[in-house]
Design a protein around this ligand. Structure first.
Ligand SMILES: *[C@@H]1O[C@H](CO)[C@@H](O)[C@H](O)[C@H]1NC(C)=O
Ligand SMILES: *[C@@H]1O[C@H](CO)[C@@H](O)[C@H](O)[C@H]1NC(C)=O
Ligand SMILES: *[C@@H]1O[C@H](CO)[C@@H](O)[C@H](O)[C@H]1NC(C)=O
Ligand SMILES: CC(=O)N[C@H]1CO[C@H](CO)[C@@H](O)[C@@H]1O
Length: 316
């Protein structure tokens, strides 16, 4: 048995290079990436969507003190990536362009960039069929409040919609009598029309590994998932996502982090209650999530499932 496993591991390691798919964007931060790099939005991440404090106030690099998802370790299984811990507190009010503070939200977004901007990266990572990988773990010292909605990973074109999104908590409702949903501690992977494609409980102490396969021409989605050290497996069929716009209008920035929506304030006017960006109740608590394994690949040679192994892309 042991001999068989070690043979498998050797095979896995040996196929690593052969099976490697073209990585179009790599957000797996080397140990050399520093807090100062975060503050300066050094590639691969733009860190300007946040509150009034520095980027490194909200986002912490864990160095070698915390193990990233096991999936992308290279032989001999040494972690050469550091975990990114993203948090929000009551100062996490974003002022887009320096005006009109988003008092409804508390947010810290990390955005994929190339040459100092997300724009030149978009045609590279949103071309043909590409796969968005990310792994998420609970920050048990800074838990989320599932009475609220959280948007934690998404691709946002200029129309403000999301090609796909990952949500936690209870979806925002402008009805002051709405109740927390039963599945509010589940991750929900949403399509462009906000249909739930896949949901799974958010467990403590393990990595939740996701990959979302996006065909930018046919406008379809497919979702892959695994827990901790298990290789990714497909968890949906190929689904239509044709409510998104065609061509460049349907492409946008790749964000991850913590974006907390408010609860509706019964004392606000109906117009204010509908303006989720600027109004509503926030408790001002410090809350966070751990991320690792963020990268985007082309499906030209399959979908990376971990340990250098590939799976065939999800097909109709
Ligand atoms: C949080 O920030 C808002 C907006 O700046 C402020 O009105 C509120 O008093 C703060 N709450 C706490 C608990 O500090
Ligand atoms: C998009 O994919 C095509 C086909 O693989 C390739 O020729 C082209 O260079 C890619 N475009 C970008 C901007 O990477
Ligand atoms: C979660 O949010 C609700 C609604 O605002 C609030 O009543 C509750 O105290 C919050 N819980 C924590 C732990 O902050
Ligand atoms: C899962 C799924 O098929 N989602 C949607 C993708 O886009 C089409 C067209 O707008 C919707 O009808 C689907 O429900």
């Amino acid at each position: 048995m042991l001999a068989r496993i070690s043979k498998l591991l050797v095979l896995a390691a040996a196929s690593l290079r052969i099976a490697a798919t073209p990585v179009l964007f790599d957000g797996r931060l080397p140990l050399s990436y520093t807090q100062a790099d975060l503050d300066n939005s050094v590639e691969p991440f733009l860190t300007v969507v946040k509150g009034s404090e520095s980027a490194s106030h909200y986002t912490r690099l864990e160095g070698s003190s915390m193990a990233p998802t096991p999936l992308w370790r290279t032989f001999p299984f040494k972690a050469d990536e550091q975990v990114i811990s993203v948090s929000i507190d009551n100062t996490s009010v974003f002022l887009p362009g320096g005006t009109n503070p988003q008092y409804g939200f508390r947010r810290t977004d990390i955005i994929a960039e190339l040459n100092g901007s997300p724009d030149p990266l978009i045609p590279v990572i949103e071309n043909g069929t590409t796969v968005f990988h990310f792994s998420i773990k609970a920050d048990t010292k800074r838990p989320l409040n599932y009475t609220h909605e959280y948007q934690i990973v998404f691709i946002e074109p200029n129309d403000g919609s999301h090609i796909f999104g990952v949500q936690l908590g209870t979806p925002f409702s402008s009805d002051p009598n709405s109740r927390p949903t039963k599945d509010n501690h589940f991750f929900k992977v949403l399509d462009h029309s906000l249909n739930i494609l896949f949901e799974t409980p958010f467990l403590p102490a393990v990595w939740h590994n996701f990959a979302v396969q996006v065909d930018w021409e046919a406008r379809t989605l497919g979702v892959w998932y695994s827990l901790e050290a298990l290789p990714l497996i497909p968890v949906t069929h190929l689904v239509e996502n044709t409510s998104e716009q065609t061509g460049d209008a349907g492409k946008g920035e790749f964000h991850f982090g913590v974006l907390k929506l408010p609860l509706v304030d019964p004392n606000d006017t109906p117009a204010q209650q509908g303006d989720v960006v600027h109004f509503g109740i926030q408790e001002g608590t410090t809350e966070g999530l751990h991320y690792s394994g963020v990268f985007v690949e082309s499906v030209a040679k399959g979908v990376s499932v971990g340990y250098g192994l590939n799976g065939a892309p999800i097909r109709k």
